[in-house]
Design a protein around this ligand. Structure first.
Ligand SMILES: CC(=O)N[C@H]1[C@@H](OP(=O)(O)OP(=O)(O)OC[C@H]2O[C@@H](n3ccc(=O)[nH]c3=O)[C@H](O)[C@@H]2O)O[C@H](CO)[C@@H](O)[C@@H]1O[C@H](C)C(=O)N[C@@H](C)C(=O)N[C@H](CCC(=O)O)C(=O)O
Ligand SMILES: Nc1ncnc2c1ncn2[C@@H]1O[C@H](COP(=O)(O)OP(=O)(O)OP(=O)(O)O)[C@@H](O)[C@H]1O
Ligand SMILES: N[C@H](CCC[C@H](N)C(=O)O)C(=O)O
Ligand SMILES: [Mg+2]
Length: 493
């Protein structure tokens, strides 16, 4: 980053007293500050970044961006320094816009998707549609940056400096299309406010992340910010009307003057899921685009995937593709790793699926979605993450109790918490279950219990490759464990 310089004005920032500075890089963490950097001292969840302003100045920061509280907190250090001070009411938003100007390039066609469940799936499907239509495309989210340019990512929606650095690298590598996940944390923290969107999508709204947002209202307001604040008026809003919150977002998008593409099962929607027929490996879907039918074979298990595909198709159309081309591309779509993934099959034919369901709604949806594909019983192995929304635990237990036939409650990233206490909270709703703390053993027991025609759903970790216990990450992969269990029990590798 130090190879180039920009003035504050070029980054859209105005310092107190009109002071200018030549900026050589951006940082939100004082430990990353180098001489000439702009340090963004942001209000955090644990501490105000202003606490690190003296350190950043000592390391040569040429400018500090913060809010009024931060400026007051570090007044003494700032008064003694030649660094420029920018005080913004929303410093996170100012940082995102500065980052977009600093890194300068982003793929010309970008879309974003928000919602409690389905974001990764929709973003991946949008990328696959674009690739099928001949574009150099990526998706950005929980599974990293994938497609024509790839990189790992620690966040679903990366912080703005990381995000714009990656967008610029991807654009320089020739990427023209990008679909990104807008997490509620990312929206609340303005991480994607510097992204220029052609379309934005909404999947659904159910319980998650109340530990962070506090109330359902605040959680929904964060998601609505994608349409209210980030999406420009000349862009398209693609809204799943099957969700009760869809109507609220349609009204919001309409007030903004955005082009609205509604998606849902009712015939009145622009993109309607008019019929579905399930078989062992996927489904046939009859979509209607503004009344005209498109019959599509999807190699995807789970009725909700037809909704995710519809939303991705709506985003591609909203961002400029011809509808006919988009529907022709859909049979080529393949599933996302760890989302209703067929991980193994027993010698007796019983199937083992791995899915990332880690909310009450996702567990219910995943189990209900499996039913039409399964003739026998449905078994589930699941747990709940530590240091995350506690109130969802008994609800996850209830969802499994209501929609599965045999339950194994196990551990899923206990993090700093006592794993047995997490399991006990889940089992408040389903006391009559098999409790097996060790996840590998729970999977082995679940696989062992499979009779011909049965299916096992291993829920919660999806694509994850580690089990987080205290501060350590132990290698763990549900798909791999499913294969190991089948091999051990059936004697095949
Ligand atoms: C709750 C949350 O989202 N926290 C994010 C936030 O940290 P924070 O502002 O709360 O950090 P803090 O510790 O209070 O520190 C305040 C400020 O001081 C700075 N600092 C701190 C220490 C130091 O020595 N020097 C320094 O400058 C920090 O950089 C920060 O700006 O800003 C940081 C920098 O951008 C993020 O890394 C951090 O993500 C944490 C690690 C996190 O776990 N976030 C998760 C919950 C998250 O964002 N998840 C969503 C997806 C969820 C989902 O849908 O499943 C995601 O998009 O990934
Ligand atoms: N449209 C949907 N409706 C309900 N549940 C869904 C839907 N799509 C996916 N799910 C469930 O949610 C799980 C997570 O899917 P996905 O990773 O696509 O969502 P996400 O919103 O990206 O999740 P995260 O917020 O954790 O990144 C899936 O494994 C599935 O169980
Ligand atoms: N990104 C989500 C995923 C959680 C998945 C589950 N395995 C867990 O650890 O709770 C979160 O951090 O809340
Ligand atoms: Mg995701």
């Amino acid at each position: 980053m130090a190879e180039r310089e920009a003035t504050l004005a070029e980054l859209g920032l105005t310092a107190r007293g009109g002071r200018e500075a030549r900026i050589t890089g951006l940082a939100v963490d004082s430990r990353a500050v180098r001489p000439g950097f702009l340090f963004a001292a942001l209000p955090g969840s644990r501490v105000h970044g202003a606490a690190y302003i003296p350190t950043a100045l000592a390391q040569g920061a040429a400018a500090v961006l913060t809010d009024a509280e931060g400026a007051a907190q570090a007044a003494a250090a700032l008064a003694d320094s030649p660094a420029a001070l920018i005080v913004a009411c929303d410093p996170r938003q100012a940082l995102s816009c500065a980052a977009s100007l600093w890194f300068a390039q982003q793929p010309a066609t970008m879309v974003a998707v928000t919602g409690t469940n389905g974001k990764t799936s929709v973003a991946t499907f949008a990328r696959q549609i674009w690739v099928a239509l001949g574009h150099a495309a990526i998706n950005i989210g929980t599974t990293g940056i994938e497609g024509a340019w790839a990189a790992p990512s620690s966040h679903t929606t990366p912080d703005p400096i990381t995000l714009h650095s990656m967008l610029a690298q991807a654009a320089r590598a020739g990427v023209t299309h990008a679909a990104m996940e807008a997490s509620s944390h990312g929206l609340d923290q303005r991480r994607l406010d510097g992204v220029r969107l052609k379309a934005a999508g909404f999947t659904n709204f159910t319980q998650d992340h109340l530990d962070y947002h506090g109330t359902f209202e605040a959680y929904f307001a964060a998601k609505a910010g994608l349409f209210d604040r980030v999406l420009p008026p000349d862009a398209a809003a693609v809204i799943n009307m099957n969700d009760p919150k869809g109507a609220d977002l349609r009204a919001l998008a309409s007030a903004k003057g955005q082009r609205i593409i509604t998606v849902g099962h009712d015939a009145g929607n622009d993109l309607c899921i008019a019929g579905q027929r399930f078989d062992a490996t996927g489904q046939e879907v009859r979509y209607l685009w503004q009344g005209a039918p498109h019959l599509v074979r999807l190699n995807l298990v789970g009725g909700f995937q037809a909704e995710n595909v519809a939303l991705a198709a709506g985003l591609a159309i909203g961002a400029g593709e011809a509808p006919g081309d988009v529907f022709r591309a859909l049979p080529q779509l393949s599933g996302v790793r760890g989302r209703m993934q067929l991980a193994a099959t027993r010698a007796n034919g019983a199937a083992v699926y791995v899915d990332y369901a880690h909310t009450p709604d996702a567990i219910a949806t995943a189990l209900k979605a499996l039913r039409p594909h399964v003739m026998g019983r449905i078994l589930i192995v699941f747990g709940a993450g530590g240091d995350r929304d506690r109130s969802k635990r008994p609800l996850m237990g209830a969802a499994a109790r209501d929609h599965a036939d045999v339950l194994f409650v196990t551990d899923d990233n206990p993090r700093s918490e006592d794993p047995a206490a997490i399991r006990a909270e889940i089992m408040q709703a389903c006391p009559e279950v098999n409790e097996v703390g060790d996840r590998a053993e729970a999977i082995l027991r679940g696989v062992d219990a499979l009779l011909p025609g049965d299916a096992l759903l291993i829920a919660g970790k999806g694509h994850e490759t580690g089990q987080v216990i205290k501060g350590d990450i132990f290698p763990f992969d549900d798909v791999e464990q499913a294969s190991i269990a089948v091999a051990a029990l059936d004697g095949v590798i």
